[in-house]
Design a protein around this ligand. Structure first.
Ligand code: KG4
Ligand code: ZN
Length: 339
């Protein structure tokens, strides 16, 4: 089986061709970061227009690289939720058009479920370690979600963010510190030269048994430490810590919160495997912290770092599994902004 995966939920235009395995045959990821960087964050209308401009060529090029003709495809998978509605509309409309023109089944893929499929794309793939049940952890720009994924692939969400998502906190901290967009990689880079215990920042844990997250207080604490209580000023306060120390301390606070919440989730569910996905899992320091704190309690499974951020391969891989389960969609599929 060979599946074409299409991803346009936010600011990456991506297509991939994945064969059973899952084995990646080709992938193109076109980041719009430069276009949005000028505005300090994703501008939905720019994202939609950029997808419209690029997607057809991205798909063509990816099929060529995979040396796959349309008639060889088994199905076309597309991320149809959640995301920016205009951006989703481009991917879904394109996928439906191709499914109709090429007479192929259409598979609707939930973007967050696809993030948890990304570890399967490891070159030394060991799908064994990813058989449910497991604790699924999505750490992305829009979500901080914990899922109890059960045998048979059904899942229930047992934790979510109540305000900023973890990736959003990275992006906002980067914006406060003038590090540009997207913030995650920039904060990680600065943090390498900083002292993680230099700045005392809050760890918001909510109620004692809560599996939900809140990162807005941490972000605001960074703002005050940088600009002083009079946060109206544009530059740093004279007594502000260094950017490096702030980034390292922010990252340490994020790690501590994630570790505590995952310990709670493992205690409450009795699960022994944790599967991670989402852009923030590209952060090596965070991975090391999580491994250091949790590897004696559970097996931790991360995606290869290049499949952490949004990509078509994870959509195709998830599509492949859904197709095998007989879960195809009709041509009246509609995108949805909500999870
Ligand atoms: O999963 P993703 O590509 O898109 C969404 O589904 O939201 O995640 C994007 C998020 C952004 O907030 C970005 O800043 C963050 O992932 N990110 C990182 C790193 N690379 C990307 N956060 C921390 N460290 C990184 N190295
Ligand atoms: Zn994503």
């Amino acid at each position: 089986m060979i599946v074409l995966g299409i991803e346009t939920t936010c600011d990456e235009t991506s297509a991939a061709v994945v064969a059973s395995g899952p084995q990646l045959l080709a992938q193109t990821v076109l980041s719009q970061a430069d276009e949005h960087g000028l505005f300090g964050g994703v501008v939905p209308e720019i994202a939609s227009r950029s997808h419209v401009r690029e997607l057809t060529a991205v798909i063509e090029r990816t099929l060529q690289q995979a040396e796959v003709e349309p008639h060889q495809l088994t199905a076309i998978a597309v991320a149809h939720r959640p995301g920016l509605i205009g951006a989703l509309l481009v991917g879904v409309t394109t996928a439906k058009s191709l499914a109709w023109a090429w007479d192929k089944p259409l598979v609707a893929v939930h973007h967050l479920e696809a993030h948890l499929e990304a570890p399967l794309l490891s070159e030394d793939a060991s799908p064994i370690s990813m058989a449910p049940p497991y604790l699924g952890v999505v750490l992305s720009g829009g979500h901080t979600d914990l899922y109890h994924v059960k045998e048979g692939d059904s899942r229930s969400r047992i934790g979510a963010t109540r305000d900023d998502a973890v990736g959003e906190a990275f992006d906002k901290v980067a914006a406060i510190l003038g590090l540009g967009y997207p913030g995650g990689p920039a904060v990680e880079k600065k943090a390498h030269q900083g002292d993680r215990s230099a700045v005392d920042l809050p760890r918001t844990l909510l109620e004692p048994d809560s599996l939900d997250f809140s990162f807005s207080g941490l972000k605001t604490a960074v703002l005050y430490r940088w600009r002083g209580q009079n946060a109206q000023r544009s530059g740093p306060h004279p007594d502000a810590p260094s950017v490096e120390d702030l980034c390292a301390s922010f990252q340490a606070a994020v790690s501590d919160v994630l570790i505590e919440k995952l310990k709670r989730a493992l205690d409450q569910t009795g699960l022994k495997t944790v599967v991670f996905g989402g852009g923030v899992t590209a952060n090596q320091t965070l991975r090391d912290d999580l491994e250091g704190a949790l590897s004696t309690r559970a097996q931790l499974v991360f995606p290869p770092r290049r499949f952490s951020t949004d990509n078509g391969a994870m959509i195709a891989a998830r599509g492949l599994r859904l197709f095998e389960q007989g879960q195809t969609s009709t041509l009246d599929l509609e995108p949805k902004a909500t999870p």
